[in-house]
Design a binder for this molecule. Sequence first.
Ligand SMILES: NC(=O)C1=CN([C@@H]2O[C@H](COP(=O)(O)OP(=O)(O)OC[C@H]3O[C@@H](n4cnc5c(N)ncnc54)[C@H](OP(=O)(O)O)[C@@H]3O)[C@@H](O)[C@H]2O)C=CC1
Ligand SMILES: CC(C)(CO)C(=O)C(=O)O
Length: 304
Amino acid sequence: MTSQERKVLFFGVGSVGSVYLYLLSKIVSTTAVCRSNYDVVKERGFTINSTVFGDGLHVAPHVDPHPFDYVILTCKVVPGIYPKIIKPVITPGHTVIALLQNGIGIEEEYATAFPENPILTVATYCATALGPPGVVTHKEVEKLEVGSYPSSAPNTRAQAFISLMQSTGATATLFDDVQVKRWYKLLLNSSWNLICALTLSLDVQFMQSSDGATDFVLDVMLETRDIAKAYGYEIATEEVKAQWERATEEPSMLQDLKAGRKREVEAIVGNVVRMARAKCVACGTLDTIYLLMKALDARMGGNK
Ligand SMILES: NC(=O)C1=CN([C@@H]2O[C@H](COP(=O)(O)OP(=O)(O)OC[C@H]3O[C@@H](n4cnc5c(N)ncnc54)[C@H](OP(=O)(O)O)[C@@H]3O)[C@@H](O)[C@H]2O)C=CC1
Ligand SMILES: CC(C)(CO)C(=O)C(=O)O
């Protein structure tokens, strides 16, 4: 099969999805499943202003018939609903399901629902934000760390996905066990996403808010690192500090809170706390953050 013959469906195209939709649309047939932005995107497509790929990029998705070779999920992680929703577009034994999403422990429901389909799980670095409907900004980084789920599954489809992404200009790398990379990405999200959302602060605003603020972020990262270790994923303190020193500006969870969208609380912190408890690893700080975030979530709700 040549790349021209491939068909890709993006499910849930917001800020991250639009960047990869743009890239893949250059070389393959793409279909985008949208919701609140459906009317605008149908009429005008997406406009992306990217410091990596350029300003004023435009992509207008269309609708292709089945079967899809890839279904790429770029919706937020809300456990328990998406396998049923995407079932009609998954061809058993054929469609590769790729999860370009944050969080840990997010794959099993897809493996259970689609036992005959290859599942790819992807630590996604792509700092993006939604502007007016159909307009997205993308800054600084674009990187996909890809692996099969479970990690014991063959890597042939993961390698093909990586080649496809690389031929669009994306940065994609294969890992035999990508979970260590997912944990490493999670260091940013279990700390910054929650802290910024709970305090309604940008990263810099939080760091300037008190003497202990910056060290608190590191403490959350180190606690997350210790939980990863209990699952066999070692991350050195220097590597934790490298994540700690990254700018995250306005993490997606703060954007979601401000826009009244639901937050990915279970994927980013709930699962981490449950995994810590299952291995009797200390998780006092994350547990408190989870408890506070659940209270905020209950108060704020969310439109979806
Ligand atoms: N933003 C970022 O900088 C980064 C985000 N990530 C991760 O990438 C993933 C995607 O994030 P992001 O792009 O920010 O998310 P967005 O909220 O920008 O986009 C998600 C899209 O999915 C749509 N959607 C959800 N459910 C459905 C449905 N049932 N039918 C159709 N469309 C649906 C949403 O529609 P609606 O508008 O109606 O809700 C929205 O347009 C998340 O896991 C996030 O944590 C990873 C790296 C960086
Ligand atoms: C790394 C970070 C914080 C960058 O946008 C992210 O993954 C998110 O916003 O969810």
